[in-house]
Design a protein around this ligand. Structure first.
Ligand code: NAP
Length: 261
């Protein structure tokens, strides 16, 4: 049986799958034959491009516009996915934003804090909650998991985007909490923790990181991360490669996390 046919009735929700890391994850999972709910927020044309790539790769694509920060939108994302693609086997909490303005810790506003926390922490937390309840209603499906796309910002202090760091640190605990709660039901929870990945999110700081990575060796592996690097880790999880691990952080960061002398 080919990988595609063995996965043909499996379904994933990938939040923020229109662009960047989420798109690569969607395409990677589609390559294993999964049906993919491609969630996006505002960029319909990018989401349509992602859907075309998912179908080329061998998966069914469902486009769902939903703001993960909104309660009703999260509920609708789950409902539409189940109605069109069937029970959910994998949730990838990928959607995320940087602060609109990189402001110093002593100047940053409560509005920016609320906006970043709503999308990057509250959204995935409560999306995990409703997807977990849904998964518990389908006890006989094998190999289900939730993957949170965290960040090295969970532990590396950037004083011009404190709200982003706080949200990603919160996501690390969220992974531990859901992993603990869901292990008995056979649902594993992981954090995949990217380093510095070339996407729209990092376009504004491209020159700075070209210098830091390529010239100064900020990452022991001297290159930018690519969305496909993250996607490969998520695909391995989806395939059950870490079946006896849960609550695990998988660093995909070119070795950034290593302490060096
Ligand atoms: P990106 O290129 O800016 O793409 C962000 C994606 O999230 C888009 O698909 C966007 O949808 C979606 N999104 C944003 N707000 C949303 C909302 N409220 N509801 C639903 N979807 C929303 O970002 P990326 O670099 O791929 O980052 C993806 C994830 O990886 C984020 O969680 C980010 O924090 C994390 N990460 C990135 C890096 C990096 O270096 N790039 C490093 C560590 C962690 P639209 O297209 O509709 O706007």
């Amino acid at each position: 049986m080919s990988a595609a046919s063995s996965n043909s009735s499996r379904t994933a929700i990938v939040s923020g799958a229109s662009r960047g890391i989420g798109r690569a994850i969607a395409v990677g999972l589609a390559g294993r034959g999964m049906g993919i709910a491609i969630n996006y927020h505002a960029n319909r044309s990018a989401a349509e491009e992602a859907a075309a790539l998912v179908e080329q790769a061998g998966g069914r694509a469902l486009l769902v516009q939903a703001d993960v920060a909104q309660d009703e939108d999260r509920a609708r994302l789950l409902q539409q996915t189940v109605a069109e693609l069937g029970p959910v086997d994998l949730l990838v909490n990928n959607a995320g934003v940087a602060p609109k303005v990189r402001a110093d810790l002593l100047e940053a506003t409560p509005e920016s804090f609320d906006a970043v926390l709503a999308t990057n922490l509250k959204g995935p937390y409560f999306l995990s909650q409703i997807v977990a309840r849904h998964m518990l209603e389908q006890p006989d499906r094998p190999n289900r998991s939730i993957v949170n796309i965290g960040s090295i910002s969970a532990y590396a202090a950037s004083i011009n985007r404190g709200e982003y760091c706080v949200a990603k640190a919160g996501m690390a605990m969220m992974t531990a909490l859901f992993a603990t709660r869901l292990a008995e039901a056979g649902i594993n929870v992981y954090e995949v923790r990217p380093g510095i990945i070339e996407t729209d999110m990092t376009a504004a700081v491209k020159q700075k990181y070209d210098r830091l990575i390529l010239e100064q060796g900020l990452t022991p592996i001297r290159r930018w991360g690519r969305p496909e690097d993250i996607a490969r880790a998520v695909v391995a999880i989806a395939e059950g490669a870490f079946a006896y691990s849960t609550g695990e952080v998988i660093n995909v960061d070119g070795g950034f996390h290593l302490h060096r002398l």
